[in-house]
Write a protein that binds this ligand. Sequence first.
Ligand SMILES: NC(=O)c1ccc[n+]([C@@H]2O[C@H](COP(=O)([O-])OP(=O)(O)OC[C@H]3O[C@@H](n4cnc5c(N)ncnc54)[C@H](O)[C@@H]3O)[C@@H](O)[C@H]2O)c1
Length: 341
Amino acid sequence: MRLRAALVGCGAMSRAWLEAAGRIDDLEIVGLADLDIDRARSRAAEFDLPSAFVAASVEEVLVQTEPDLLFDVVVPSARHDVVAAGLGAACHVLSEKPMAETLDEARDLVARAKAAGRLHAVVQNRRYLAAVRRIARFVRAGSIGEVTGVHAGFFLAPHFGGFREEMDHVLLLDMAIHGFDAMRCMTGLTANGVYCREWNPINSWYRHGASAAAIFDLDNGAVFTYRGSWCAQGLDTGWECAWRIVGTKGTLVWDGRDSLRAEIAGGARKGLFDEVTQIRIPPLDPADGIDGHLGVISGFVRAVREGTEPETVGHDNIRSLAMALGAIRSAEAGRLIDIVV
Ligand SMILES: NC(=O)c1ccc[n+]([C@@H]2O[C@H](COP(=O)([O-])OP(=O)(O)OC[C@H]3O[C@@H](n4cnc5c(N)ncnc54)[C@H](O)[C@@H]3O)[C@@H](O)[C@H]2O)c1
C-alpha cells in the first residue's frame, strides 16, 4: 500500500525524519511546511524532493496535498494545533515528543483521533534501542524477579541554543520524558504518583529547570527514582541515562552505553551476604523494534497499512507525558501529586 505523507516543521529534527522516511518502501513525501518557508524549501532541495509541495502552514499543505499521513516535527507549543489540523483532515498523525504541552491538550488529541478513526502516535525513539529492548524482554520475563525499584541518572551538558534555553521546565518536559518512557518500556510498570524537586543550577545556561530529582510510585508498589541535569559538566551518562533495576531475585545495571549486566542471588549465604551469580542477558530478538526514528516511523507506517495500533499510540503514550507533567506539577506545588490520565 503506497502512502503519501506531508511533514510539518522543517527545523533540526526534520532531517532525521526525512532520512528515515527515505528508507521506507512505498512512502512518498508529498509536502513540506514550515512557518519559515525557506526551511521547507531547503529540506526539499536537500532530500531531492522536487515534486513535494512547499507551504508556510499546515493548513495549506493539507489542502494542497491531501496526504494519508501527517508527520509533525514542529516546536512543542505548536503541536496541539498541528495535530488537530492533521486529524481534522483525516490523516494518521505521527508527532514528535512531547505529545502535548498539557494533559488536557493530550487528552483532547486522543479524543480527536478516536472520533476521526485515525491513528495518532508519538515518537519515542529512545525506546527503539537494542539495550532497552533486551532489558525489556529480560525484566518482563521475571529474570530478576518482580521489580521493586528502578533508578535512573541523567547527567549531560549540551549547549543547544534555540527554544530549549528559553522554555520552562526544560529538563522534565524536553528530555526526562525519554527516560520515563524507557522505564515504562523496560518494566511494563505505570506511575501513579510523583514527588519532584526541580531547580536551575547557578551555572545553568538554560532559563528554567535544568536539573530535577523525582520519585515515582509505580503500580506494583515499586519506586522509580530519576535524577537529572542538563548542565552537569564532566563524567556524563550519555543520552540514555544510567540505570539500576532491582528485583526480588537480583539486579540489572546498564550504564546507558555498552555495559549491561545482571546478577541474581542463589545458593549459600556467606557471612552477611547471599552468593550471587552473573546471568546472561539474551541478545536482541529479531522481532524487537530498534533503529530510533527509523524504527518508530516504520512501525507507525506498518500499523497504518495493517490496521493495527503502533507501540507508542497516543492513548497509551499519554502515560509517559503524564509522568513528566506530574513531576512538573509536583515541583511547582511542593507536594506529592497523583498521576491520572
Ligand atoms: N525525539 C528526539 O530525540 C528529539 C530530539 C530533538 C527534538 N525533538 C523534538 O522535535 C520537535 C522539533 O524540534 P527541533 O529541534 O527540530 O526544533 P526547531 O526549532 O529546529 O524546528 C522546529 C520548526 O518548526 C517550525 N514551526 C513552528 N511552529 C510551526 C507551525 N505552527 N507550523 C509550521 N512550522 C512550525 C519552526 O519554524 C521550526 O523550523 C520538538 O518537539 C522537539 O522536542 C525530538
